[in-house]
Design a protein around this ligand. Structure first.
Ligand SMILES: Cc1ncc(COP(=O)(O)O)c(C=O)c1O
Length: 471
């Protein structure tokens, strides 16, 4: 075992153990406790384990999966895991991941990964088509929405800085750049603003209305005020699916405003942009194609395994202006057909994430995805109706997408937090906290391929039981 390669027997054994694990896990995940009761002694034993000197067997590695990893994992594929925006992966992703690792393409340079470049270009074009962006746009698969937003906002910043963006950066002087988003915008945009050296105080958080959408009147006022005060407004971040309530900002109005004001329109569509696959949500996303850049997440509504995000930039040249470098050792030849993806993002070495997106869309097809978006949105509507029909619950916001924010009525904030904690600790379901305009409650986000109405009923009666016990 000194050449680090597998013999035919080892391949056979590893393949059998892996496929058995994948099938068995998927078949039994619904019967596991959704929330791990962490075995601290086991965790500490692993934390203290020495660097291995001698080899172990494949069986020992898989035994540890069963003994340590699975029992101490949170089962995000469990039908009652409804926290965050965290789907269960589709059936094909684990296999695509293994194949991608086997091929081990380095997807930064077209000449060392030509077919992978073609696949990535193709999925980027398909994703652009779903959200209504012109096929001439530039795009790249990222690790997720956070990096997609970072890349989009980098291009927006560099575009605002102009010719000296690369050489002088923000140190070139000039008035402070300001950008705008609703106060419901995802925190990864604050992180991006920090990383880009813009300073979070220059990300103006604009209040939202009762539908949790950005107040256009206040956006207009703030931009006008900033101009009067000598700032340089340069970008509006619109949310296509805010993380807490799933609200969609008015994209067409924002696009009109950005066009009139000469501002870059970036859409954080990590959560909701791909719901454009469904007829039901397409009209509220009709302005997406007018954005200068969009982030979206195949590891959400395409249900790929983590990680898979994407950023699209309307003008492909501006994307490459922010990221292209050409040192002699990379020897990047221009190719008539293929893109060097290291010119479109921060990474040089990159894995073949596009394969699982390619296979997912080809194996299941867009129609099945549209039906799945509708199915999970229907589950949210169902839970919303149950909450509305029962005096035990109170909705915190209208149910317009695939998530529900609600609280136990007649109980204060602390009691609501307690009930949520007890629900999660009980292992019945994993919901997240919600704070909607200062009102505290809980949030269920339906992105799980196994969830049914029976799960919703079990959660709602479980919550009522917990509330009455603690009262
Ligand atoms: C609206 C929104 N933007 C960005 C993100 C961050 O995406 P990721 O976790 O893929 O980095 C999320 C995650 O849920 C989100 O909901």
């Amino acid at each position: 075992m000194d050449d680090l390669l597998f013999s035919a027997e080892e391949h056979a054994e590893a393949a059998a153990l892996t496929s058995r694990f994948i099938a068995q896990y998927q078949d039994t995940v619904a019967s596991l406790p959704v929330h791990a009761t962490i075995d601290r002694a086991a965790v500490r034993a692993v934390l203290a384990s020495p660097l291995p000197d001698a080899p172990e067997s494949l069986a020992a590695l898989f035994d540890d999966l069963a003994a340590f990893v699975v029992p101490n994992a949170t089962h995000t594929s469990h039908p009652r895991f409804l926290s965050y925006v965290m789907p269960s992966p589709n059936g094909i992703s684990p296999y695509a991941e293994s194949v991608a690792a086997t091929l081990n393409q380095n997807c930064g340079l077209a000449k060392v990964a030509p077919s992978a470049a073609a696949v990535e270009q193709t999925v980027v074009r398909w994703l652009a088509e779903i959200v209504g962006m012109d096929a001439s746009c530039g795009g790249i698969i990222t690790s997720g929405g956070s990096v997609a937003n970072l890349v989009g906002l980098t291009v927006a910043r560099d575009h605002a800085l102009g010719d000296t963006a690369r050489t002088d950066g923000l140190q070139g002087g000039g008035a402070a750049l300001t950008l705008y988003a609703s106060d419901e915008v995802h925190s990864c945009n604050d992180k991006a603003v920090m990383q880009l050296g813009l300073g979070t105080k220059h990300l103006r958080k604009i209040p939202t209305d009762d539908a949790l959408q950005i107040r256009m009147d206040m956006l207009r006022e703030r931009v006008a005020k900033d101009r009067r005060d000598g700032f340089r407004p340069f970008c509006v971040i619109a949310s296509a699916g805010t993380v807490t309530t799933g609200a969609f900002d008015p994209l067409n109005e924002i696009a009109d405003f950005c066009a009139a004001e000469g501002l870059w329109m970036h859409v954080d569509g990590a959560y909701g942009a791909l719901s454009a696959m469904s007829e039901r949500f397409r009209s509220q996303l009709s302005g997406l194609g007018r954005a200068d850049s969009i982030s979206l997440d195949p590891h959400k509504f395409l249900f790929t395994s983590f990680e898979a995000g994407c950023v699209l930039v309307k003008n492909a040249a501006t994307l490459e202006e922010s990221f292209r470098v050409a040192p002699s050792y990379l020897a990047k030849d221009a190719d008539p057909d293929l893109v060097n993806f290291s010119d479109r993002g921060p990474q040089l070495s990159r894995g073949f994430k596009a394969l699982k997106i390619w296979w997912s869309l080809r194996y299941f097809g867009k129609t099945a995805y549209a039906a799945t978006v509708d199915r999970v949105a229907d589950l949210a509507q169902y839970m919303g109706q149950v909450a509305q029909d029962s005096p035990a619950f109170e909705l915190l916001s209208p149910v317009t997408f695939n998530c529900v924010c609600f609280r136990m009525s007649g109980m204060d904030d602390d009691a609501n937090r307690r009930v949520l904690r007890q629900l999660v600790d009980s292992g019945l379901a994993f919901l997240g906290p919600a704070n909607v305009k200062g009102r505290i409650g809980m949030r269920a986000c339906f992105m799980n391929l196994r969830t049914t109405r029976r799960d919703v009923d079990a959660i709602m009666s479980g919550l009522q039981r917990l509330a009455s016990h603690g009262a």
